[in-house]
Design a protein around this ligand. Sequence first.
Ligand code: NAD
Ligand code: MG
Length: 380
Amino acid sequence: MKTISVLGSTGSIGTQTLELCRLHPDRFRVTALTARSSREKLFEQVREFRPLLAGFAEPVPYSEIPEDLRFCKWVMGREALHAAAAEIEADMVLVSIVGIAGLQSVLDALDAGRQVLLANKEALVTGGHLVMDRAKAAGKPILPVDSEHSAIFQCLRAANGNEPTGILLTASGGPFRTWTKEQMMTASRQDALKHPNWNMGAKITVDSASMFNKALEIMEARWLFDMPPERIHVVVHPQSIIHSAVEFADGAVLAQLGVPDMRVPIMYAMAYPERLTTGSRPLDLFALGSLTFEKGDPVRFPALRLAGECLNAGGAACTVLNGANEEAVAAFLRDEIPFGRIAELVENALEKLPDLKADTIDDIFEADRLARLQVRHAMA
Ligand code: NAD
Ligand code: MG
């Protein structure tokens, strides 16, 4: 029996994780559940999973916690994430909150000796060097939940001394894969939220449409697998069946395949190094007929070019890209800017904020703050 604390339990990854806990009640016990603000959903989860601790990042008065749910400890605000990451008993901490807020939680969990299951990409994008140093010191690998990184992680386990020489990072291409730059410029919120293969939270769905999601994943892969950006190749693969692949020195290429279903990588991280059933349906290659591959277009999707540029620039460039993108996506989701403005605002922030450092977590938060400020300034 493993105990698990879930940060962001009401989201897309969080709810699928709880579904897997429900499927294997003899293997996993939930000790903490936290969300930002979705009250009814978290209340329902607490009622079902009976954790030791629960909390909202946006404080809710204790008087508004239903009486039948007061059996557990309720913690509010920033303290909620800290308590769930580091204080409550848990073998594993799943960090599935959105945004740079994930960085502090990952560091807290590692410092407390927890096994980190990482869905949140922003922690590695902004503080990859800090996270990997801490994980190394703790002697616990970060277990990736992002489907591509889980695929790569699984392929690397078969290396047996065979040197990995490159990563083929697959991308669905998102809803705008075949759209022209002009069409994309004025695409609506509804258009961007229609992902062809995956059902995910709003922020990551917009990032999939702009391919900033792939830019963040290149950065994630750089840190998780210590692979230089020029050896991470984006392969647009619209069917999302190959979840990524690793090239090895002997010429072998190993890939992990399956229907697009986040329960598979989530369960892989939860049960690691074992494998358990997930309820995912089997892959039917005959029904698919063919798998296709295309080059990503860095002209229509500037994010693909910016990822390598930011990694090579070093310092806080990746943090600036991430912060500016978060701010721009939030504005897009409020219908304040057209879709095409997102990449422009990110590029503008990168131009205006070169050479920021990212030596400490305070440097990183400051770079994030400046990037958001720059986006708001450019929008005004
Ligand atoms: P989501 O928006 O569906 O859910 C986010 C969860 O975190 C919710 O429970 C929300 O209440 C909570 N939350 C959000 N911001 C918070 C904050 N600042 N403080 C505390 N709690 C907060 O998001 P999601 O799609 O589940 O994605 C979660 C993370 O996993 C993201 O970083 C995303 O990039 C990554 N990811 C998601 C998928 C996917 O299929 N959904 C795949 C790969 C990676
Ligand atoms: Mg992914």
